[in-house]
Design a protein around this ligand. Structure first.
Ligand code: DGJ
Length: 695
């Protein structure tokens, strides 16, 4: 619900459990007032700031929804413009507002220049989530150049320092949680790489001593896969503010007369504990954000050939793998890299999206038909945004790759990035995919992207510093167009593992490849980080032959971990023993029985592998009639893991039945959550999955 208190000029955005409050004060400034538990609406008011002097600017003390550059404001700002006469100050006043259902638009105008600024809010009441963004409109006759356009500013309520959680990783170690106390100064999480990247996430989670179940947690996540910036600051007045949006590093955007620009949206919320935060975001993403074609359907169990065959793909070997995969119960067979152009290694072929005639002399359909005959759907890998200099595409269109005329184009993995801001490049890529999907019975595209950008000299653009945004939008647009034309095709976002896993990607793709690291032990940490603010069903997790990089872990263990997302298999099945194959069959059948609970249920993180030596995650169906609890540990010390396993998220009044280590239990939800059952976690390969059903 959205309310405007006319007399005081205050807007109240109300969700199930929270109020988000701001307004326009008497002097015309936009002022942030509250984010958190609900208060009496009539009590909200602006408090005046006194004691301004030459060293203390009043504007520096304001908490604002959006801060324009200029005047006696010396802290971080969100919008920076250059008008045609080189004036760089924005002085905005409130004009009016529109409320349309759960959407609010608050319009401001510059006092002199023809610039309109609109703050956009949409309230998702049931999820305790609010969407924010900002729209800039040039109503004049001269261009306006923007050097910074952030999507939103947030201010936190307490004067005490907050701890900021982000995931700072790298290839093979994505989503590794970091906790940083911001006592003073700036804390920045960002990407300069062109895409959202492995190193940091485009969000913030801020709290003071919160845990899974309690404590105020504030969070906001940018739905954007380009260069981003999350810039938090705690100032001399002990105010913690965060600005979030497109990175202003190497950024500039010109809004032409009559045109407008809307910055990427941010989804924010306040929750009680990290658990509630993740569950709210999970449900919100599944029900509201994910593309509608597959959001409410369980994702299939897939097999992917990459780790088994590398670039060495052909119909015979892929069919051999497909037979074994089908026999195990796999539903979708995905052929990875190597099927096109002259792609025998990573040195050639990218860009030539035509079936390699030596590897597939009878075309692709021979393999697809084999796979379909085995009862599986067929999927294929592509890396549409890239080109190898050794490719027909590059030879005929060298200018299609980002480059500067008098600089060498740096290759990474022997490839260059295509300039997707060009419409001819967009059409080429769309047509390649359109032809592939139109001609063949393909149900899945794994869309990969294996290098960051460089030499981004898009000379087709008036302002090449907008490349990251335009490139990202072009990618989204192609995926959307293909989805509209082929609604039965699923899309996966992959970027050398988890280099493009963000709410922007999740708004267009049905799932993501979380990490190339499929080690069961490392995955416990990676998947925990992913689960913080991303929907579980989008997390592709494969069981492969990496039986523990540092510590051994069995096939059962690897399944136990991979089943906590959308299960995939990626090993070289032709080398599996009869016993291994039976383990796969058993686990796949088990996953089919529980996958609705995992993919659509609520996740309760009960024990943390980093802190507790044991991983314990419980997924509970939304009606609380079913639950599956996973336990895993890779060695516990000092005999201390004899403990009571307390379940979570159950219905206190319901009775549940389950079996653990041969013992059958029937207990009430209240007993299971408050007292629990004794367990003894020992050994390097401990893994259990317990299915609870209400009686
Ligand atoms: C990187 C991906 O993360 C892998 O899964 C695989 O698809 C390779 N690229 C193929 O080149």
């Amino acid at each position: 619900m959205i309310r405007y208190l006319e007399k005081s000029g205050i807007f109240i955005l109300e969700t199930k459990n929270t109020h988000y409050v701001f307004g326009i004060d008497k002097a015309g400034y936009n002022r942030h007032l509250h984010w958190g538990d609900k208060c009496n609406a009539a009590d909200y008011e602006f408090t005046e700031i006194s004691g301004e002097n030459s060293n203390n600017s009043m504007l520096d003390e304001y908490k604002q929804e959006i801060t324009p550059f200029g005047s006696t404001m010396y802290r971080e700002c969100d919008i920076k413009a250059r008008f045609s006469d080189n004036c760089r100050e924005i002085s905005m006043h409130f004009e009016n507002y529109d409320i349309d259902g759960n959407t609010l638009k608050v319009h401001f105008e510059d006092d002199y220049y023809p610039l309109q600024i609109t703050l956009n809010y949409t309230v998702y009441e049931a999820y305790d989530i609010i969407k924010r963004s900002v729209t800039l409109k040039n109503t004049g006759t001269e261009p306006i150049v923007f050097d910074r356009i952030f999507s939103a500013e947030f201010a936190l309520p307490s004067e005490k320092p907050y701890t900021f959680i982000n995931t700072n990783g790298a290839w093979g170690g994505e989503f590794i949680q970091t906790d940083t106390v911001l006592d003073g100064g700036n804390l920045v999480f960002e990407s300069h790489r062109g895409a959202s990247n492995h190193n940091a996430a485009p969000y913030f989670i801020a709290h003071q001593n919160a845990d899974e179940n309690s404590g105020d947690v504030y969070f906001a996540s940018l739905a954007y896969s380009g260069n981003f910036k999350v810039s938090a600051n705690r100032d001399a007045y002990s105010i913690t503010r965060i600005s979030i949006g497109m990175n202003d590093f190497d950024f500039s955007h010109t809004v032409l007369p009559g045109e407008s620009f809307c910055a990427p949206p941010v989804y924010c919320g306040k929750a009680e504990g990290f658990g509630e935060m993740s569950r709210n975001m999970n449900r919100f993403c599944v029900e509201q954000l994910l593309p509608k074609q597959f959001n409410d359907k369980p994702l299939p169990i897939l097999y992917n050939s990459w780790e088994a065959t590398g670039f060495d793909v052909n119909a015979k070997h892929q069919t051999e793998l497909a037979k074994i995969a089908a026999d195990m119960g796999v539903e979708l067979f995905v052929m990875d890299d190597g099927w096109f152009g002259k792609r025998n290694n990573d040195q050639a072929g990218l860009g030539d999206w035509f079936v390699n005639p030596e590897k597939f002399p009878n075309g692709l359909d021979e393999l697809i038909e084999n796979v379909n005959r085995l009862g599986m759907d067929f999927g294929i890998w592509m890396e549409p945004e890239m080109v190898n200099p050794d490719s027909d595409l590059y030879r005929s269109h060298p200018d299609w790759a980002y480059h500067y005329a008098h600089r060498n184009a740096d290759e990474l993995r022997n490839q260059l990035v295509l300039n997707m801001t060009r419409t001819d490049v967009q059409e080429y890529i769309f047509n390649c995919l359109d032809e592939l999907l139109g001609k063949h019975n393909i149900k899945y595209i794994k869309w990969d992207m294996n290098r960051p950008f460089s030499q981004t000299g898009a000379e087709n653009l008036e302002n090449p510093q907008m490349y990251s945004y335009l490139h990202t939008m072009a990618v989204y647009n192609i995926v959307d167009r293909l989805k509209a034309r082929y609604p039965h095709v699923q899309f996966e976002s992959c970027a050398s593992g988890g280099g493009r896993c963000d709410l922007g990607a999740i708004s267009h793709y049905d799932q993501v490849w979380t990490s190339d690291n499929t080690d069961g032990i490392d995955r416990m940490t990676i998947q925990k980080g992913y689960s913080l603010l991303h929907p579980i069903k989008t997390m592709r997790a494969w069981v492969t032959d990496i039986a523990g990089i540092n510590k051994p872990c069995s096939l059962d263990f690897r399944f136990n971990i991979a089943m906590q997302g959308s299960l995939g298999i990626g090993g070289n099945l032709t080398k599996y023993s009869e016993e291994d194959l039976e383990i796969c069959k058993k686990n796949i059948a088990f996953y089919k029985a529980i996958r609705n609970t995992v993919q659509f249920g609520d996740l309760y993180r009960i024990l943390d592998i980093e802190k507790d030596e044991v991983l314990c995650n419980e997924y509970v169906s939304t009606d609380k009639t079913e639950s599956v609890l996973f336990l895993a540990a890779n060695g516990t010390r000092f005999y201390k893991k004899k403990c009571n396993l307390r379940f979570a998220g159950l219905d206190e009044a319901k009775t549940y039945r389950f079996t653990l280590d041969g013992t059958a239990y029937q207990k009430g939800g209240a007993y299971l959550m408050h007292i629990g059952i004794p367990i003894y976690v020992r050994g390097v390969d401990y893994n259990r999955a317990i299915v609870l059903k209400s009686v």
